[in-house]
Design a protein around this ligand. Structure first.
Ligand SMILES: [Fe+2]
Length: 312
C-alpha cells in the first residue's frame, strides 16, 4: 500500500553535456552524484587529452537510468505544471537527443518497484503503439518484438534483477519508444496521465493499473491485434476466436502486472475516493493526443466509466 504522497519514480533520464573532440571521441560531463550505475561514464568515454578550443558542444544528450520513458529515442518532453496539476506534453524534433547512452548497467541500482513500474510503462508503450490507428507494418514489427521480450523478462528483472533480463528490458523499452514516438499511445496513457498529475501516482504504476481495463475497452475494435499480443506473451490461442484470444491477452497482462506488485486499482494504491474528481479527470484526459489515435472512439462517458472501474 502506498499513500498518494509516497515516493514518485525517478525521471527516466537526465540531460548531460557531451563534447566531441576533433578526433571524434566523446567526453561526457555528468555530476558524480548522478552516477548510480557501477560503471563511471568518464571511463566509458574518456577524453584522450585536455579539451581543445576546437571542442564542439553537441545538442542535448541522454543517459538512461530506468526503463519506460525512452527519451533517448523520442522527440517528447513532459513537464508537470504543479499550479494547475496538469502534465504538459511537448513534441518536437528539436527535443530529440543527439546522442544517448543506453546502458543496462545504469539500471542495476534502481529499486525493484521502480523496475516494475517502468517495465509496466514500457509494456504499455509497446501494446498501445501496436493497437493504435497510427501503426504500420514497420512499427508493428518493433512493438510485437518488444512485447515478446518484455513478457519474457519483466518478472525476472523485478524478482531476481538478473543482468540479462535487465538488458533485454532496456532493449525492448527502447524499441517500444522508437515505435510510440512515430505514432502515439492510446487510452491507457490518456487516462492515466491526469491521475499522475493530480494524485502523484507514478507514471508506470498508473499505466499498469489502467492497462487491463483500458485494453479490455479497446478489444472490440482490435481483437485481431490483441490476439497477436497474446501470442507474443506466450499464450496458446489456436482454436480461439479473436475475441477470446484478446481476452487472454488482457488477462495475461493483468496476471503479469500483479506478479510484479502493480496494484489492480487506484484505491489499492491508496487513492482517497473522496478526492477523486472524475469529471475533472475526464476533462483533462480528453485533451490528450492519445485520444484521437485509439482504434475505438473514446467519449467522455467511456472515460468516466473507466475511471470508476479503475478506482475500485
Ligand atoms: Fe509512458
Amino acid at each position: 500500500m502506498h499513500s498518494e504522497n509516497s515516493e514518485v519514480a525517478p525521471a527516466g533520464s537526465v540531460a548531460v553535456a557531451v563534447r566531441c573532440s576533433p578526433d571524434g571521441r566523446l567526453r561526457v560531463a555528468l555530476p558524480e552524484a548522478s552516477v548510480t550505475g557501477r560503471r563511471r561514464l568518464s571511463k566509458v568515454a574518456p577524453s584522450p587529452k585536455p579539451e581543445s578550443s576546437h571542442t564542439l558542444l553537441l545538442k542535448t544528450s541522454i543517459v538512461y537510468f530506468v526503463f519506460g520513458a525512452p527519451c533517448s529515442v523520442t522527440f517528447v518532453a513532459v513537464i508537470t505544471d504543479p499550479d494547475v496539476h496538469f502534465k504538459l506534453v511537448f513534441a518536437d524534433r528539436k527535443l530529440g537527443a543527439a546522442a544517448a547512452l543506453v546502458d543496462p548497467d545504469l539500471v542495476e541500482a534502481a529499486p525493484s518497484h521502480v523496475i516494475a513500474a517502468t517495465g509496466a510503462d514500457a509494456l504499455a508503450h509497446a501494446v498501445e503503439s501496436y493497437v493504435n490507428r497510427g501503426s504500420d507494418p514497420l512499427l508493428a514489427a518493433l512493438t510485437i518484438a518488444a512485447i515478446r521480450i518484455i513478457g519474457g523478462n519483466l518478472r525476472a528483472a523485478v524478482e531476481t534483477r538478473e543482468p540479462a533480463a535487465l538488458e533485454q528490458l532496456m532493449l525492448a523499452s527502447t524499441m517500444a519508444g522508437i515505435a510510440f514516438n512515430m505514432n502515439a499511445n492510446a487510452i491507457v496513457h490518456a487516462a492515466s496521465t491526469p491521475v499522475t498529475a493530480r494524485h502523484g501516482v507514478p507514471h508506470g504504476v498508473a499505466n499498469g493499473i489502467f492497462m487491463p481495463p483500458g485494453l479490455a475497452f479497446l478489444a472490440p475494435a482490435c481483437a485481431r491485434e490483441l490476439r497477436e499480443v497474446a501470442e507474443a506473451l506466450g499464450e496458446a490461442v489456436s482454436g480461439l476466436s479473436d475475441e477470446e484470444a484478446a481476452e487472454r491477452a488482457v488477462e495475461h497482462i493483468r496476471t503479469l502486472l500483479k506478479s510484479i506488485g502493480i496494484p489492480a486499482t487506484l484505491r489499492e494504491w491508496g487513492i482517497d475516493a473522496a478526492r477523486f474528481d472524475i469529471p475533472q479527470l475526464v476533462e483533462d484526459a480528453m485533451k490528450s493526443r492519445n485520444i484521437a489515435t485509439n482504434p475505438r472512439p473514446v467519449t467522455p462517458a467511456d472515460l468516466e466509466e473507466l475511471y470508476r472501474a479503475v478506482l475500485g
